[in-house]
Write a protein that binds this ligand. Sequence first.
Ligand SMILES: [Zn+2]
Length: 297
Amino acid sequence: MAEIKRTKNLGVHVNGGLSRAVKMAEKYKFDSAQIMPSAPMRWATRPISEEKLEPISKMHSDHPLRKILLHGVYLTNLARKDKQLFHLSKLSLVTYLNYAQKLINAIKEHDLQVEVLGICFHPGSAIDLSPEEGLERISYGINWVMDEVEETAPDVKLLLETTAGSGNVMGDTFAELAKMRERVKEKYNDRIGYVLDTQHTWVSGYNWVEDLDGVVAQAREHLGAKNIAAVHLNDSMKEFDSHKDRHADIGEGKIGVDAIKKLIAHDFFTGNDIPFILETPGLKTEEGIESELAKLR
Ligand SMILES: [Zn+2]
């Protein structure tokens, strides 16, 4: 393997939880990782085993990993009218928040300089509800979750991800995401942030290719630089404004290498210390992790 330099605020989504993320970050020298501490297509209703914190105890202070983002299970839908599915969505977030707090505590205990950015999730799809009702339900759900972990996970943030907006999926505009955050109790304000996905925003009508500064200006206005915890960096298999969620490897999609180059160098992101985390299809193999990172470096 050729020698690779660590690049600040650059990372990947790692399948296999914290232990694999710690190994991969060491091997490929990236400083940010997204993980899912439980099976992505199952509800997470029971506390996550403390064993899943152990990799922290094996990290040394010079370990490259500096930022960890958790992604909620894919089933989560806080705009769901169905009571049971709504409840399971809330419980799964509670489980992840509590795990993340234990992760923060373990990091402190071991004197490591690792930041846990929060739990990123797709707010929901308003099935059987109007968009306004969906918005109301999402905010209600977030408040319920935050109340539930008020004592047990006071240091963890919930991060609303920008979506592709297909069908009834909510959160495809910055303004709508901002509304969700505005309706959350004021005391939780500092603990609600965002994750900006370059593929989802592209298919939702934010033109990274022709209007980078314009998109950044809208993000600054509606979301606020300090509230953006991370960027999911993906190219897009689908056309601009098509509302289809299909990630492509860097340079293999409709956004393209030139636009991505400008995007990751933009001072809005570099100046605000916002990490870029890849979620591209190529990451399924180690060779893919290496080559996707190499492109960005
Ligand atoms: Zn994403």
